[in-house]
Design a protein around this ligand. Structure first.
Ligand code: 9YT
Length: 134
């Protein structure tokens, strides 16, 4: 069994900070679950154009307000506490945060740990691992 807290994960090097967001990666590929699980903060005012060509992602909004635009179909959906979106078609999208947003995110295949977005707004399939200290 694996038991971790957000606080120990943050202090233990699992917190990745990038442009417009930060994410604490609580479960990763090396945990062997078949998915990764992250608690992500999207900073207020961020507008992220993303396209996870190599991954499926679902995102559950725990707090904050924003919207997601599907760039293929043009639809825009409000995102607030209690809403989940799933990028089941590797959908190219823009996520806009009107306030700071706290999200629970799951990736399949699981992330290795240190991924940040490439120029296409995707994560590469290979990246540096995060490991707990022995
Ligand atoms: C919602 C989203 O994709 N945000 C970017 C960060 C990502 N959730 C991650 O790497 O944890």
């Amino acid at each position: 069994m694996i038991v971790r807290t957000l606080e120990t994960a943050e202090r233990g090097g699992r917190r990745i900070v990038s442009k417009g967001w930060e994410s604490t990666r609580l479960l990763l590929k090396n945990d062997g679950m078949g998915f990764s699980f992250h608690v992500t903060t999207i900073y207020a005012g961020a507008s992220l154009e993303l396209h996870y060509q190599n991954h499926l992602e679902s995102v559950y909004c725990m707090s904050g307000e924003g919207e997601i635009a599907d760039l293929a179909g043009g639809q825009v959906y409000p995102i607030g506490p209690g809403t989940i979106y799933a990028l089941d078609q590797h959908d190219k999208h823009v996520l806009r945060a009107f306030t700071e947003m706290k999200m629970a995110c799951v990736f399949n295949p699981p992330l290795h740990g240190k991924e940040v977005h490439n120029a296409q707004g995707a994560y590469e399939l290979q990246a540096e691992e995060i490991r707990d200290p022995a």
